[in-house]
Each structure stands twice: as C-alpha cells, then as structure tokens.
Design a protein around this ligand. Structure first.
Ligand code: SAM
Length: 250
C-alpha cells in the first residue's frame, strides 16, 4: 500500500518511519511512503504557503493553491486514484473500524494542516474524508498522519512478524486485549497466573478470553454494548459479573 503525505515539514517523518516495523515494511516494499513538500508547489516569488484569514483575526491559513497543485501532482504520478484524507480536529474520530476499512485501499493521499488550518476550498474540492485523532488540538497534521499510517500499516499482510497478531489486539474484535506476562515467573512478589504456565492451551485460551471480557467490562462497557457475544462469551461474562458482584456497579 502507498501513502502520499502532503506536508510543510517532510523532515518530521524521517525518524518515525525509519525504525523497527515500519522500516522493515518499507524495505520489503509492503508500504511505500512518500512525503511531498507543499512549499515546492508555491509558485510565487517567496514560496508563500500561508496568508492571514479573510475577515481578520489571529493566525495564518494555509493557501489552497499550493496544496491543490501538490495534490494534483501526486494524483498524476500514481497510476490509481486515491482517497484523499485531511487530518483535522473537526473530522470523524479515528477508530479501528476506520483503520481496517482504509487498509483495504491501494493507497491514500494525506494532507497535513498547520497554523489555523487549510483554506476551506481544499476540503470542498479534493478531500474525501476528514479524520481526527481525538478531541484535542495539535500544532499540525503531521503527528496525526503518522498515527494513521502506523495503524493502517500494521494491518497489512506481512508487516507484523506473526501473521495474525494484529487480529488479537484490542478493538480488532470489539474487545480490549487480555493482560500479558513474560519472564520471570515472579516479580516483586507477584506471580504469573498459574494457568499460563500449565501448558493446557484450551484453558489458556479460555482464561485469555475471560480476561479480555473482564477488562472490557471494567474499562469500556460501551464496547460491549456494540458487540454480539458468542455463547461462550455470554457464559464468561455471567461468571465475571458474579465474581465482581458487590465490587462494581453494573
Ligand atoms: N483552527 C483549527 C480548529 O480550531 O479546528 C485547528 C488547527 S490546528 C492548530 C492545525 C492543524 O493540525 C490542523 O489543520 C490539522 O491538520 C492538525 N490537527 C490538529 N489537531 C488535530 C487532531 N486532533 N486530529 C487531526 N489533525 C489535527
């Protein structure tokens, strides 16, 4: 899958995309990340990419034309038409379902805003989807774009070492993941649950499923409301509620 990222600060992407899993994925050509400097498409003498807002007020606004030209250039260079995403605190909040859907695309064009944001006509002419990474405001769309590329990339075949490990992660199946333990068996007086060292894989799976449900029940009841539970999950949830009776309000 490819990602074309339109930004005023391409250097910001060098570190995060040159380490660990994403570095390997790029080497294996599983993902192709291109950063395009919007400033290269500002044709005036001073390569201006921002101007004060019409109507007055504080801050600067990113001009429409350089973004549009940078976008047009990327569309011409790629053989397929991509979905264009604008990172914006006003967009739909990113979640695993959106990430999963976007991971089916051949490529994406991502626009990173700065300052007060981009001229509204960018949104009106070339943006297919606006995405936010949460109800807070950052200085620019670069960090959100990195979040988006990272979360999509790890779902692509071959990117993670173990093929199905992303399928066990939180949110993939609508639940939070169970807790993990590794060596040593005892740390600061706390022992690893005995079932995990029993060698009984059926019991381990049952324990993990139950812990996953318990975590979700205690931390994110909203996820359970939207999930269709299997018979086993319903049975485990009943057990959990009985065990927790008196400890938590349902
Ligand atoms: N004035 C804008 C507003 O109030 O909606 C905020 C602009 S913000 C300072 C500059 C840029 O950072 C935005 O255009 C967007 O690209 C990016 N940005 C900031 N917070 C974001 C968030 N939570 N999710 C996605 N992008 C964000």
């Amino acid at each position: 899958m490819f990602f074309d990222i339109l930004t005023l600060f391409p250097e910001m992407f060098v570190g995060p995309f040159s380490e660990s899993i994403l570095k390997r994925a790029r080497k294996k050509d599983l993902i192709d990340i291109r950063t395009i400097n919007i400033r290269d498409f500002a044709t005036d003498k001073h390569h201006k990419t921002d101007e004060p807002p019409y109507g007055g007020g504080a801050g600067m606004v990113m001009k429409a034309e350089p973004i549009f030209k940078a976008w047009q250039d990327t569309q011409n260079k790629r053989e397929v038409k991509t979905k264009t995403i604008l990172m914006s605190p006003q967009g739909e909040e990113l979640n695993q379902k959106i990430v999963k859907d976007l991971s089916q695309e051949k490529g994406l064009t991502i626009i990173c805003g700065r300052y007060e944001g981009v001229d509204e006509r960018v949104r009106e002419t070339i943006v297919d989807q606006e995405l936010s990474i949460g109800d807070y405001v950052l200085t620019g769309g670069e960090l959100p774009a990195m979040v988006l590329v990272d979360s999509i990339s790890r779902l692509l075949t071959g990117v993670l070492g173990a093929e199905d490990s992303s399928k066990k992660d939180s949110f993939y199946n609508g639940l939070l993941e169970h807790p993990h333990y590794t060596r040593p068996r005892e740390f600061k007086g706390l022992k690893v649950p005995s079932v995990l060292v029993s060698g009984n894989h059926q019991l381990i799976e049952r324990w993990r499923k139950k812990e996953s449900l318990k975590r979700t029940f205690l931390r994110r009841k909203d996820l359970l409301e939207n999930k269709e539970l299997s018979n086993l999950e319903q049975e485990l949830l009943k057990e959990i509620k009985l065990e927790l009776k008196g400890e938590v309000n349902e």
